[in-house]
Each structure stands twice: as structure tokens, then as C-alpha cells.
Design a protein around this ligand. Structure first.
Ligand SMILES: Nc1ncnc2c1ncn2[C@@H]1O[C@H](COP(=O)(O)OP(=O)(O)OP(=O)(O)O)[C@@H](O)[C@H]1O
Length: 467
């Protein structure tokens, strides 16, 4: 594959462009990295044929498959568009896993074989929209692989996968690369690049800045600059302090907790108590119920009323409103990002965190504006304040939603795979902020991630959910 004087052309959906002056990919598999908004995602969109371009792109062998957040978003949007819940008078969870695989190939035994290897066998007749984050990611991977691609475009393909699935997919990709499939593997964090990729390209402010063998790239100053992030100033002080709970009153407690969907029992006999002052990490394989548990805590799950739950000094189901719960919680997860669809600028998206809303539907005080600006400034993105939220890259949007959760200094900060899409320096800044907040006991942390973040986890007790 060869890219010469390529400039992608902005369109209705994408405002920015990327420039590649001269890049000979010579049939090798490549890792591509760079800071957030450097052009990595646009490169994948361009190679996938979703962007118009000037210049020449030659030698790209079809079929081409894509595994990316943008691809996932397209599938989600298609399924939402075709939602028939209103017509069929029951919840439409979308096309089944098998049907979505069979869109790519009608060889059912291949679909079932791959589903088994990816741990999707039990879900083969489940609707797309009932899948967990990792299960969704596995399905996107399965569809890409079933296409038998010659070129495979990947954006952090292990993101959201549990350890077993990560190991399986890693060895599969390595095998494919060795057998001649060209991988273009975009990674937001350089530390996530698989060791077996021998060529690395680095993007910077919309341009291909460096493309060479691994040794040369690792020795470059540009590489060092990708991994440095430091913020010594203290985090902005909280605007308001939450009412204190009575001594011995838990932040959250569930007794003999259980959740099931039809015959599928997600978990049962769960007894768990978060005491005041404690921070927790929830772990478990894909589909073990981590997100389900967080939804019970946030009041977003219908089965929170059929469980014994005590939270923030209230017994659930005794007349409390959803806002009594939500106002004490700051939440970041992939679902929030998918559903944050209103057209607002960055500062409004941040300010919406004070009111737990998507968008802001009341007058904004100068005090809220200043405080939100201080947080944007702390993360070094004050210049984005008036930019449209949806004009940002996936990683920048994620950072803004994290700031949205932090501004109100919630009693309980719930972060479900929060670092997804963040580059190394933004990830380090977020970890620094979280550490300072929990050390200062401004918020208690409830954290879900398949990835080890040793600095953070030292503060956390662990709840492990079984498969
Ligand atoms: N609305 C639903 N209908 C049927 N099954 C569902 C529904 N929502 C979730 N599930 C199933 O419940 C199980 C638990 O889902 P959950 O999202 O809590 O898992 P998780 O531990 O967060 O997984 P991951 O690590 O992939 O994020 C999954 O197997 C999922 O398919």
C-alpha cells in the first residue's frame, strides 16, 4: 500500500482533515499512534473509504475489514434506527448475534465456530443491543474476521475485552499478520501496541510525522514526547460539599442481590457494602454483570426495586426519586458517550454535569462557568471550551465527559472503563486527578476496568464477579 500527497477532505460528519505526504507501507503490518485528535481515527476512516480524499492511495488489497469505535457507532445507530419496540409492543433488542454474523457470510458453521472461540456461543440468539461492552466488541471483531480480509483496520481491538479474549485475539491477529494479512493497528496509548508489530507510524496535529521500523521510532524524541504528562497544580476546589451521612450508614449496600434476563441469571446471592471512605474496583470477565451492577447503583436498572438496596441513607423503593440518587453520583461509561447526542459546545457539556442532564436546560451561573473553565484549564483543553462537542475526536469527547463527572465533586465517582480512547498523556492526567480526588476524600471511587492501572488500584478494594 502506498499513500502519496493524500489529504482527506472534511465532510458533513467530519470537520478536520489529515495529510500524508509520502508513506510506503510495503506490505508490512503497522502500528499507528499519536495524541488525541492527531488524525489516527481519520486515517482509519480514510482507508475504510468513508472519507473523500485528494492524492493517491494505491496497492490496497481488498477485502478490507474495520474494527473501530466509529464502526461500532455505525452499527449501534443502524440498530437504533430499526428499533421496532413501539410496533411489536415488546423491547426489541435488535438483530441477533448470529444474524449479524450471517450478514457477512452465510456459512453458519464458520459463524458458530468463531462465536465459540470468542466466548459468544451462549449469546448467539441474543439481540445486539442486549450485549455487554466486551460482547459487542467481540461481535464487531467476528464480523471483521468472517470477511476474510486482506487488509484489517483496527482501532484498539483489545479495548473492553477480558484477559482470555485478549489473549485469543492477540494470537489470532499475530497469526493473520504472519500469514500476509496487512494490519493497520491504531493504538491510542503507545504502551498498548503489541510487541510483535515491527513498524510504527506516529501522527501529530493531523499529519503523518514519522513512519519507520520500531527501533528507529522508539529512539526518536517524538516518541518520548508522546508519553510525558505532568500536572503539578492542585485540582480546582469543589463548588459544593454534599451532605454528610450518619455514622455507619453505607454509601451503598445490596443484600442477596440478583439480576436475571429471562432464564439468563447474570448474578445472584450478591452481598456487598461500600462503607464511607472506601474505594472499590469491580472486576470479572465479559458478561459477568459489572455494568449491570453499576446500573443498579445509578438507579438505571428496573431490577433495582426487586433487590434489597440501601444507598446514601435511603432504602430503595421508599419514595426516593431517581434524582436523589443521581445528584450524588458522577458517572462515565461508553453508554453515556453513545447517548450524549445533543448539539452543545464543550463547556456546556461539562456544565451539564452539575445538573446530571444531557445538555443544559436552565440558566448557567457565572460561578458554574468559571469552575468548569478551571477544570478544562487543569486538563490543558481550555481552548476547546467553545468548540462543538461532536466535532471532537472520540478520545477528546471521553475526556470532556470525565471532566463533566468531576466538576460536581460527587460523593460517588463511578467510572466504567473511563480511559477508553484516551492517549497516554490524557490517561495519566485523568489518573492523577482521580488519585488527588480520592486522597483528599472529595469523592469515593467505584472503578471498572479490565486493564491494570497500578497507581490507582493501590487505593481500591476489589469485588470480583464470577463468569
Ligand atoms: N437487556 C438485556 N437483555 C438480555 N441480556 C442482557 C441485557 N443487558 C445485559 N444482558 C446480559 O447480561 C450480561 C451482563 O452484562 P454486563 O453489561 O453487566 O456485563 P459486564 O460484566 O459489564 O461485561 P463487559 O466486561 O463486557 O463490559 C451479559 O451477558 C449481557 O449479554
Amino acid at each position: 500500500m502506498y499513500l502519496s500527497s493524500v489529504i482527506s477532505l472534511p465532510n458533513r460528519h467530519v470537520r478536520h482533515s489529515i495529510t500524508v505526504t509520502d508513506w510506503n507501507l510495503s506490505g508490512y503490518s503497522w502500528a499507528v499512534t499519536g495524541r488525541n485528535n492527531s488524525g489516527k481515527e481519520l486515517l482509519l476512516e480514510l482507508l475504510a473509504g468513508h472519507l473523500d480524499m485528494q492524492g493517491s492511495l494505491t496497492g490496497m488489497n481488498g477485502p478490507v475489514s474495520v474494527v473501530s469505535f466509529a464502526e461500532q457507532q455505525r452499527l449501534v445507530e443502524r440498530e437504533i434506527k430499526e428499533d421496532e419496540s413501539d410496533l411489536i409492543d415488546e423491547i426489541d433488542n435488535g438483530r441477533s448475534v448470529l444474524a449479524l454474523m450471517q450478514e457477512v457470510t452465510n456459512e453458519q458453521n464458520k459463524c458458530e465456530g468463531l462465536a465459540e472461540k470468542l466466548g459468544l456461543s451462549a449469546l448467539i440468539h441474543h439481540g445486539f443491543r442486549s450485549l455487554s461492552t466486551g460482547e459487542t466488541r467481540k461481535l464487531i471483531l467476528a464480523r471483521a474476521l468472517l470477511k476474510r480480509p486482506n487488509t484489517l483496520l483496527l482501532h484498539d481491538p483489545y479495548e473492553g475485552l477480558d484477559i482470555n479474549a485478549t489473549q485469543y485475539v492477540d494470537s489470532l491477529l499475530q497469526q493473520l499478520s504472519r500469514s500476509g494479512v496487512q494490519l493497520i493497528y491504531v493504538s491510542d496509548r503507545p504502551s498498548d501496541i503489541p510487541h510483535w508489530l515491527e513498524h510504527i507510524a506516529v501522527f501529530e496535529t493531523g499529519k503523518l510525522a514519522l513512519a519507520a521500523d520500531k527501533q528507529s521510532v522508539l529512539a526518536s524524541c517524538l516518541w518520548q514526547s508522546l508519553t510525558t504528562a505532568h500536572q503539578s497544580s492542585p485540582c480546582p476546589t469543589p463548588l459544593e460539599q454534599f451532605d454528610t451521612l450518619a455514622i455507619n450508614e453505607p454509601i451503598f449496600e445490596i443484600r442477596s442481590g440478583q439480576v436475571s434476563y429471562g432464564n439468563n441469571q447474570v448474578f445472584k446471592d450478591l452481598n456487598w457494602r461500600i462503607e464511607q471512605g472506601e474505594n472499590w474496583r469491580v472486576i470479572g470477565p465479559n458478561g459477568s454483570g459489572k455494568t449491570t451492577l453499576l446500573k443498579l447503583i445509578c438507579g438505571d436498572h428496573p431490577q433495582c426495586y426487586s433487590n434489597w438496596i440501601r444507598q446514601f441513607g435511603m432504602q430503595r423503593g421508599n419514595g426516593e426519586t431517581i434524582w436523589d440518587i443521581k445528584r450524588r453520583i458522577g458517572l462515565v461509561n461508553a453508554e453515556l458517550q453513545l447517548n450524549y447526542r445533543v448539539k452543545v459546545n464543550v463547556i456546556t457539556a461539562v456544565i451539564s454535569g452539575y445538573f446530571d442532564s444531557v445538555g443544559v436546560y436552565r440558566e448557567i451561573s457565572q460561578c458554574h462557568k468559571n469552575h468548569a473553565k478551571n477544570w478544562l484549564d487543569w486538563f490543558g483543553i481550555a481552548e476547546l471550551a467553545n468548540q462543538p462537542f461532536h466535532g471532537l475526536s472520540y478520545g477528546q469527547q471521553r475526556l470532556v465527559l470525565i471532566i463533566r463527572a468531576l466538576v460536581k465533586s460527587p460523593l460517588l465517582l463511578i467510572l466504567d472503563e473511563p480511559l477508553q480512547g484516551l492517549d497516554e498523556s490524557n490517561a495519566q492526567l485523568v489518573l492523577t486527578a482521580i488519585n488527588r480526588i480520592i486522597e483528599a476524600q472529595v469523592s469515593q471511587l467505584l472503578y471498572v476496568s479490565h486493564r491494570d492501572e497500578p497507581g490507582l488500584h493501590a487505593h481500591c478494594q476489589v469485588l470480583s464477579l464470577a463468569p
